[in-house]
Ligand binder design. Structure first.
Ligand SMILES: Cc1ncc(COP(=O)(O)O)c(C=O)c1O
Length: 393
């Protein structure tokens, strides 16, 4: 465990990497935009040899992320997908078997189906909200259970603690959690028993749509050493400037998350009452089937929701296009409210049959609720309903 002071999260994200640069005492940690580092004498460095292996600015971001994960260390990557790819290439080998949540980010599905499968890594997509289904899928060569909770885009939840207990009752099965939708501040996966916490820092951690990045954290320093080593081989480390921007973003993460959660709750409740809305998926709603699990393992319900209109796919897409304040763009977790249609974006590679089975209908709309005033977002929905349907009824 870490020996950092037991500060609250809002203090940790600001002060966990506080070291002032000696020339000017600049309050911001500098951008070490450098490929290499001068040797003090031949073969002797100050701990940094080459920026593919490590970089002080990236390391400063890693300290902030480790602080909120509650781990000794964390590693930052060029993207969330670079983090997941490095994790798999570092800790898996040919003939290993992985169990994955069947509702999961489309890029993770593509990584297994179109890349790792070619290297004889075996995998099974399972409804990980069903513990018995996971147990049934475990084989003697199962090495990892990779879950995403809440899952993109239906917000389906998996019980992290229960999966970790099941995995650890077997020999040599790691549990990795993609915690991008909540971050460790709203759901601490390592504390719930997971072995690896993964984040796409592109989303809430940066929060401003300024960078692409990812991170991995674990309490197991042997795994962290292996991940650091393979990251250096693959060259998947975060770039210094992107790390620096992300350091500025993470300082406001606790404040932003509180607003994201309260705005999303307000918008979800308003949408659920609207006669043109057929269904809203938001863990904070009484109607959400896994609300109790959300209350158990999350400290708040998050800023993401999805909904379906009481309308055709064509009308639903026209509704999205009619929005003026909500921005139609991929990604999530930023100050701007972003809206997407998963069937034509993140999950377009899945077959229609599979999407239908997973509840990712063609008309499903995913909303990442930003920091704009909720009444302005609601007014935007009102005007879009008016454009497409000429009123609520
Ligand atoms: C849940 C989730 N995991 C992983 C990723 C991949 O992250 P990145 O785009 O930073 O590579 C995304 C991207 O949208 C995501 O939504």
């Amino acid at each position: 465990m870490s020996d950092r002071p037991a500060f609250q999260p809002s203090t940790l994200v600001i002060h966990s990497n506080r070291v002032y640069e000696s020339q000017s005492n600049s309050i911001l940690f500098p951008i070490h935009q450098t490929a290499t580092y001068v040797h003090e004498t031949v073969g002797v460095t100050k701990g940094y040899g080459y920026s593919r292996g490590a970089n002080p600015t990236v390391n400063a971001l890693e300290q902030s992320i480790a602080a909120i994960e509650g781990s000794v260390s964390a590693l930052c990557f060029r993207s969330g997908m670079a983090a997941i790819s490095t994790l798999c290439l570092a800790l898996l080998k040919a003939k290993d078997h992985v169990i994955l949540s069947e509702v999961i980010y489309g890029g993770t599905t593509r990584l297994f189906q179109q890349v790792l499968g070619n290297f004889a890594v075996d995998y099974t997509f399972v409804d990980t909200s069903d513990l018995a289904a996971i147990e049934q899928a475990i084989r003697p060569n199962t090495r990892m259970i990779f879950i995403e909770t809440p899952a993109n885009p239906t917000l389906k939840l998996t019980d992290v603690k229960a999966v970790a207990e099941l995995a650890h009752s077997h020999e040599n099965i790691l549990v990795a959690v993609d915690n991008t939708f909540l971050t460790p501040l709203l759901q601490n996966c390592l504390a719930l028993g997971a072995d690896i916490s993964m984040l796409s820092t592109t989303k809430y951690i940066d929060g401003h749509n300024a960078t692409i990045g990812g991170s991995l954290a674990s309490h197991d320093e042997t795994n962290m050493e292996r991940l650091r080593f393979v990251r250096k081989i693959l060259g998947t480390i975060q770039a210094p400037f992107d790390a620096w921007l992300t350091i500025q973003g993470i300082k406001t993460l606790p404040a932003r998350l509180a607003m994201h959660c309260s705005h999303a709750g307000e918008v979800a409740e308003w949408l659920e009452k609207h006669p043109r809305v057929a269904k809203v998926y938001y863990p904070g709603l009484e109607s959400f089937p896994q609300r109790e699990l959300a209350k158990k393992q999350q400290s708040a319900f998050g800023g993401m929701l999805a909904f379906e209109l009481n309308a055709s796919t064509d009308e639903s897409l026209r509704f999205m296009e009619a929005l003026k304040l909500c921005t139609c763009a991929e990604s999530l977790g930023s100050v701007e409210t972003l809206i997407t249609n998963p069937a034509t974006a993140s999950h377009c590679d899945l077959s229609q049959e599979l999407r239908d089975r997973l509840g990712i209908s063609d008309r499903l709309i995913r909303l990442s609720v930003g920091l704009e005033a909720p009444q302005d977002l609601i007014a935007d929905f009102e005007q879009a309903f008016e454009v497409v349907f000429g009123g609520a009824k």
